[in-house]
Design a protein around this ligand. Structure first.
Ligand code: BES
Ligand code: ZN
Ligand code: MN
Length: 498
């Protein structure tokens, strides 16, 4: 048993050397496929099956297993293998190509990581995709206990996967760490995580990974003319920040990517105040910021040959006597003016400043992600991100999102809506006069702040970033960490293909 990597879920993952049937563990996991009748063992479990005289699938079926995806069925081993327990993990019906999809494995492993508590070590037979299993189990085992007295039963401490490649597991552990770091930041309540403390945590994460960090405080923002960030932030005693974190991309980076993420540490709506019901959800309005910071740190940890700079505006949107008002005109970074017609459309204002700043580095690509509109959820539901932008990059990001199990769909930017953002007195208004196409109108607003000729994508994650329903697969309640894995897939794709 070698090479264990530890992400901060506390669960260690490693390669199992030797036989899973003989391994000292609290449970041995085998994959189960759904057949037409009884479940079928996934290939790779032969040795364990032999220890049960070839009857393991039948015994698991007696215990209720069908092989349905995400099913977890336990069978006492009674000495047949070294571990006292065998767990059948349902992987569903293989696809038309005869393979189980990676995200099916990830979700099943996530469910296992969620429900297996108070157990020390599990070993996993071959027959699952090891990297997907590792990612899933680590993400499923995530808990956010920083503010809880009773932590409940601990998640599984160690997972050893037979036939895995140590580098692949290390990659999976690094990805899981970035996702869980993002979740931790989102789940940290807004009285603990506000612009100053968020900036400090971002800087600490980045510095620990050897990255360059720049933090502009409110005085520096005023000096620099960041009217959008300052306008939104001026209603709070907790002053705004702009954080820039850079991974230089090693010796010869192939491309330069600018990431931008919305960092509203709490969104009351400001003077255009939100209704009380569900306002607590707005603790997650910095999900995009958390994701781009964690992704940039991840790029460094994986030594990706792509230069990445995350430009992250952070502010708290509060109503007060110092707050910005509907009717105010802000002069944004770069000089454009915006008439504020609704102080609850604050994300686009801080993002506009950040995107103009990000373009000064002449990036090859600009990718921004944010919990931008409730309209995203009306259009696509809570699990599918809306992707807008220049066509090629938009479609590439949406496809990559789907390929890693972070559902995403390309959305249009209808030209006729742009006119609805015209202002009587400024260059632009921050909202249209109605709710129709709200996600798209926000995208069109942002487009005004994208430098000419730069491929750009905007990922609206209002729904997917924060799970207000029950847990499913590797997705817990609360912060999910979407779209870290999409952004990583994009950086890896850019490293490989430009
Ligand atoms: N942070 C919200 C969007 C949001 C809503 C995210 C629900 C997650 C869940 C954003 O700042 C906002 O308030 N948007 C307004 C825009 C409107 C005023 C044009 C909205 O969606 O209502
Ligand atoms: Zn918001
Ligand atoms: Mn808002």
């Amino acid at each position: 048993m070698t090479t264990t990597a530890e992400p901060q879920s506390g669960t260690r993952i490693g390669v199992l050397e030797g036989s899973p049937a003989a391994a000292e563990a609290d449970a041995v996991v085998v994959g189960l496929l759904a057949g037409d009748g009884d479940p079928v063992l996934a290939p790779g479990a032969e040795e364990i099956d032999a220890a049960f005289s070839g009857e393991l699938a039948a015994l698991l079926a007696l215990a209720g297993a069908t092989g349905k995806a995400e099913e977890v069925v336990k069978l006492p081993a009674r000495g047949a293998v070294a571990a006292p327990l065998v767990i059948g993990l349902g992987l569903g019906k293989p696809g038309e190509d005869g393979e189980v999809a990676a995200d099916t494995v990830r979700r099943a492993a996530g469910t296992l990581g969620r429900v297996l508590t108070g157990i020390n070590r599990i070993v996993v037979a071959k027959g699952v995709i090891p990297a997907a299993f590792a990612e899933g189990v680590l993400l499923g085992a995530y808990r956010f206990t920083a503010f809880k007295g009773d932590h409940g039963k601990a998640p599984v401490a160690e997972v050893l996967v037979a036939g895995a490649d140590a580098d692949e597991l290390a990659h999976a552990a690094a990805v899981a760490e970035a996702v869980t770091t993002t979740r931790d930041l989102i789940n940290t309540p807004p009285n603990a995580l506000y612009p100053e403390t968020f900036a400090a945590r971002a800087a600490a994460l980045a510095e620990a990974a050897g990255l360059e960090v720049e933090v502009l405080d409110d005085a520096a923002l005023a000096e620099g003319g960041y009217g959008g960030i300052l306008g939104v932030g001026q209603g709070s005693s907790r002053k705004p920040r702009l954080v820039r974190v850079t991974w230089a991309g090693g010796e010869a980076p192939a491309r330069k990517v600018a990431l931008v993420g919305k960092g509203i540490t709490f969104d009351t709506g400001g003077i255009s105040i939100k209704p009380a019901a569900g306002m607590d959800h707005m603790t997650s309005d910095m999900s995009g910021a958390a994701a781009v910071i964690a992704t940039t740190v991840l790029a460094a940890k994986l030594n990706l040959p792509v230069a990445v700079t995350a430009t992250v505006p952070m502010a708290e949107n509060m109503p007060s006597d110092t707050a910005y008002r509907p009717g105010d005109v802000l002069t944004m970074y770069g000089g454009k003016t915006v008439e504020v017609l609704n102080t609850d459309a604050e994300g686009r204002l801080i993002l506009a400043d950040a995107m103009v700043r990000a373009a000064e580095d002449s990036p090859d690509y600009l990718v921004e992600t944010s919990t931008l509109t409730g309209a995203q959820m009306v259009a696509l539901g809570t699990r599918t991100a809306g992707v807008m932008g220049t066509e090629d990059l938009r479609d590439r990001v949406a496809a990559l999102g789907r390929s890693v199990g972070e559902d995403a769909w390309a959305m249009p930017l209808p030209e006729h809506l742009r006119g609805e953002l015209d202002s009587r007195i400024a260059d632009l208004a921050n909202v249209t006069g109605n709710r129709f196409g709200g996600m798209l109108a926000a995208g069109l607003f942002l487009r005004e702040f994208v430098a000419d000729g730069v491929p750009w994508a905007h990922i609206d994650i209002a729904g997917p970033s924060f799970n207000t329903g029950g847990p499913w697969g590797y997705t817990p309640k609360g912060g999910t960490g979407t779209p870290v894995r999409t952004l990583l897939a994009l950086l890896e794709d850019i490293a490989a293909n430009g």
